[in-house]
Design a protein around this ligand. Structure first.
Ligand SMILES: Nc1ncnc2c1ncn2[C@@H]1O[C@H](COP(=O)(O)OP(=O)(O)OP(=O)(O)O)[C@@H](O)[C@H]1O
Ligand SMILES: [Mg+2]
Length: 157
């Protein structure tokens, strides 16, 4: 377990349905740190870079029209094992198969509209952070609540 960074996107359905604050608050309430965040539009070209592994697949056209259909919020989240933990909080791809309590199960029904994207590995996270953010957009600051959720820096064994 270690502190790492992951990339998330609140997809167009999350923004249009007014769920952005609620979803972001889940990460805040867990004591995770928002390192970067912005509202953007995903162009066809950007979608092709981000979802390169899916270009040419049967569902790609649907995914493309969904992801370019309205603005999205992209963010970088830091925390203990953040890549794996945030992916778990997002839940399985298919909302009807995701565990209740995960974001996709709690807010979604049918693909491609599953509310959130989260990086699936540390190497994917690094790649996606680089696609969406310039280095200077990652903000260096101390989160005051950290000592109430992370013990190793200040509590004695
Ligand atoms: N069979 C499908 N039909 C329609 N849309 C799909 C289908 N499979 C995947 N998608 C859409 O494409 C996205 C990317 O698919 P992927 O297999 O990478 O799932 P994921 O890793 O859980 O999702 P994401 O990469 O967005 O975090 C899905 O989140 C969903 O929005
Ligand atoms: Mg994926």
């Amino acid at each position: 377990m270690r502190i790492d960074r992951t990339f998330i996107m609140l997809k167009p359905d999350a923004i249009q349905r007014g769920l952005a604050g609620e979803i972001l608050s889940r990460f805040e309430k867990r004591g995770m740190k928002i390192v970067a965040m912005k509202l953007i539009r995903v162009t066809e070209e950007l979608a092709e870079v981000h979802y390169a592994e899916h270009v040419g697949k049967k569902f790609y056209a649907k995914l493309l029209s969904y992801i370019t259909s309205g603005p999205v919020i992209v963010a970088v989240i830091e925390g203990l094992d953040a890549v794996q933990q945030v992916r778990k909080m997002a839940g399985s791809t298919l909302p009807t198969e995701a565990d209740v309590g995960t974001i996709r199960a709690d807010y979604g029904q049918e693909l491609p509209m599953n509310v959130i994207h989260a990086s699936d590995s540390t190497s994917t996270a690094a790649r996606e952070i680089e696609i969406y953010f310039k280095p200077e957009e990652l903000i260096d600051y101390e989160l005051d609540l950290k000592d109430w959720v992370l013990s190793f820096q200040h509590l004695k064994d």
